[in-house]
Design a protein around this ligand. Structure first.
Ligand code: NAP
Length: 298
């Protein structure tokens, strides 16, 4: 085992099962979470030897590798760059891995701050959802130096199945923004198809069955099938977080003068649902907007 003690910050829907997979593989963990009770609950589960730290700085001081899984760019800025942050406790040669989905520019700022204290930083956002996090089958998109990637690979292999280094700092986050465009646009398209079929009298379940076998087949129809058909929008992936990700995609596209009209449209749909208080639902709840506008529930 190349690195023995791992710090894990952010024990939410994704972070908790990811940290659990590392612990099951035999790593000793020091954990921290904004709501401390979640960290304490994690530490006391599975009869494991896990410690709870009071701050991100303390996590860095007590571990060889720090992994973070936080909601958004400002959270990552605070956890890394704040007075009590990871960088304040980091040391020369330490490995810092942020697996949250955030703006590529913030990933580069964290990389620069880590480099200034001699630490290596990677941005390594993931795809594959809560199921992939539990089963250790995530896709991991990595940006940062290749030596740091090689060091992190044994840990990534416990968390995911498809692990690709895309380039220097920020490149992983750029790939994640692309991933989020595809998932959001697909959910929107599947929702339109389901409502059109259903209002025309075609059984939505049978529609998914037959379309899955052709060119229109996709993972969204497979993984979110039950959510759509049963209107079960327990998250999964919170709609508000997907809205955040399309914001990252749109800002990045604007910086680079890239034309992304469909992303902008779906971003507005998610904005409407969030404004209606539905940001805590699973992103498949986009279906309900299409249903409302069509006066038809599938
Ligand atoms: P989540 O359930 O909201 O979890 C985020 C965790 O971070 C919470 O436990 C939260 O603590 C903690 N946190 C927030 N700010 C903190 C701070 N300043 N210090 C310490 N802990 C802090 O979100 P998630 O679904 O796990 O998503 C995490 C990241 O993964 C996001 O960037 C998301 O876009 C990405 N992602 C999610 C999925 C998915 O399917 N869920 C899939 C791929 C990628 P509290 O307990 O206080 O809230």
């Amino acid at each position: 085992m190349p690195e023995n003690t791992i710090g894990f910050i952010g024990l939410g829907i994704m972070g908790e099962p990811m940290a659990a997979n590392l612990r099951r593989a035999g790593y000793q963990l020091v954990v921290h979470n904004r709501t401390r009770s979640k960290a304490e609950e994690f530490a006391s589960s599975e009869n494991a030897d896990t410690e709870v730290a009071d701050s991100p700085k303390e996590v860095a001081e007590r571990t060889d590798v720090v992994i973070t899984m936080l909601p958004d760019s400002p959270d990552v800025e605070q956890v890394y760059l704040g007075d009590d942050g990871v960088i304040a406790g980091a040391r020369d040669g330490q490995l810092l891995i942020d697996m949250s989905s955030i703006a590529p520019s913030v990933a580069r700022a964290v990389f620069d701050a880590a480099s200034a204290v001699g630490a290596a930083a990677l941005d390594a956002p993931v795809s594959g959802g809560d199921v992939g996090a539990r089963e250790g089958t995530l896709s991991i998109m990595v940006g940062g130096p290749s030596e740091a990637f090689d060091r992190a690979l044994p840990l990534f292999e416990l968390l995911g199945k498809t692990i690709v280094r895309l380039g220097e700092a920020g490149a992983g986050q750029t790939a994640k923004a692309c991933n989020q465009i595809l998932v959001a646009v697909t959910i929107e398209a599947v929702s339109e198809a389901l409502v059109l079929a259903s209002k025309a009298g075609v059984d939505p379940a049978k529609l998914l069955d037959v379309l899955s076998g052709g060119l229109a087949g996709n993972k969204v129809m497979e993984v979110r099938r039950r959510n759509f058909l049963e209107h079960d929008f327990t998250p999964g992936f919170k709609l508000a977080l997907h809205h955040k990700d399309l914001g990252i995609a749109l800002r990045t596209a604007r910086e680079l003068d890239v034309y992304v009209p469909t992303t902008a449209l779906v971003d507005q749909m998610l904005a409407a649902l969030e404004a209606a208080g539905e940001g805590g639902l699973d992103h498949s709840a986009l279906l309900t907007l299409i249903e409302r506008q069509s006066s038809h529930k599938i």
